[in-house]
Design a protein around this ligand. Structure first.
Ligand code: AMP
Length: 305
């Protein structure tokens, strides 16, 4: 079933305690699209500027299931750019700079042939843009969005307006607390459900994720960390959402149990992103490797009687 994503396509510069990646392809939409493409074909709606490097296009185009007909190149504009630095524990980071560029301009156009999309993911970008783009998909079956601290701070009212139109929200624990002023993740998620959506996925980094749904609650552990090396966590959240939504679109399902299973696919898909800088972890993996890792994860998370 058709999956569509909109969000940022960025030029990222990332510092970690062990290394640095300069001006690599990033952005919420890029990570989501790459991760989801292992599970389902995905349509991209986004914009970049005249400064978008040709090798970024080549990287993006090398994922076979990504359709880039909705990617606008604006010659006289600048591409969104972001810089971040991770602290020693790799769980927390600070933003060094955000250059909004094309994000300060009107939203990208939605190609006519994308309008029948059923599974919509509004990856992290300005909530006003998320809301505007959502209105182009009247036949949608599932609309889910992500957000982050910047938008909670500077576009709070627009965010609340967006929440009323959504089925689900994917958010990390710090952002959920910032939004609700409640530190317990489940209670914060319940408060967010009162704002409109029927489910919330709270990401808790190395402690996994929690699904709070009108029909139940489910927990998902993180992929066991001694089985992998964390090199760069950038985009892990978007990759998680990509694995999750890609699975749901491939099954054409949006019930509580399917969403619960989708959290496992999100976790396993994102585990590849963590292993290298930028999109390299996803570039160097295959659908078979993701499936093999899923088997390891299923066995690690098994609960006996
Ligand atoms: P994550 O690590 O999942 O939060 O995603 C990191 C990605 O989000 C990076 O590739 C950035 O380019 C992008 N990003 C950073 N800040 C923003 C923002 N305010 N809005 C949208 N995308 C952002």
């Amino acid at each position: 079933m058709s999956l569509l994503v909109t969000g940022t396509i960025g030029i990222d510069t990332v510092h970690t305690p062990t290394g640095k990646a300069e001006k690599v392809l990033g952005g919420s939409c890029a990570y989501f699209a790459a991760a989801s493409s292992f599970h389902s074909p995905v349509r991209v709606v986004g914009a970049v500027g005249g400064d978008w490097p040709e090798d970024h296009r080549k990287v993006f185009s090398s994922f076979p299931n990504i359709c880039l007909k909705g990617l606008e190149e604006r010659k006289d504009s600048r591409t969104f750019a972001w810089g971040g630095r991770y602290f020693e524990n790799m769980n927390e980071r600070e933003t060094l700079f955000t250059e909004l560029g094309v994000l300060e301009e009107p939203p990208p156009q939605v190609p006519e042939e994308y309008r029948d999309s059923k599974y919509i993911f509004l990856a992290n970008t300005h909530p006003e843009v998320q809301l505007e783009l959502l209105s182009h998909f009247p036949d949608r079956k599932l609309a889910v969005a992500d957000t982050m601290d910047l938008w909670i701070n500077i576009a709070h009212d627009e965010l609340l307006k967006l929440f009323r139109e959504l089925d689900g929200i994917v958010i990390n624990d710090q952002e959920a607390e910032q939004l609700t002023e409640i530190s317990n993740a489940i209670s914060a998620a319940r408060k967010i459900i009162e704002m409109g959506p029927s489910f919330v996925v709270v990401k808790k980094g190395e402690h996994g994720a929690i699904l709070v749904h009108e029909n139940g609650v489910a927990t998902m552990p993180a992929y066991p960390s001694d089985l992998q090396q964390v090199i760069d966590p950038t985009g892990a959240g978007d990759s998680f959402a990509g694995g999750m939504m890609g699975y749901l679109a491939s099954k054409d399902a949006a019930d509580f149990r399917s969403i619960q299973t989708s959290l496992a696919w999100g976790t396993v898909t994102a585990s590849f992103t963590l292993e290298s800088f930028g999109l390299d972890g996803l570039l160097n993996t295959t659908r078979d490797e993701i499936q093999n890792r899923m088997k390891v994860f299923q066995s690690a998370a098994r609960i006996g009687e």
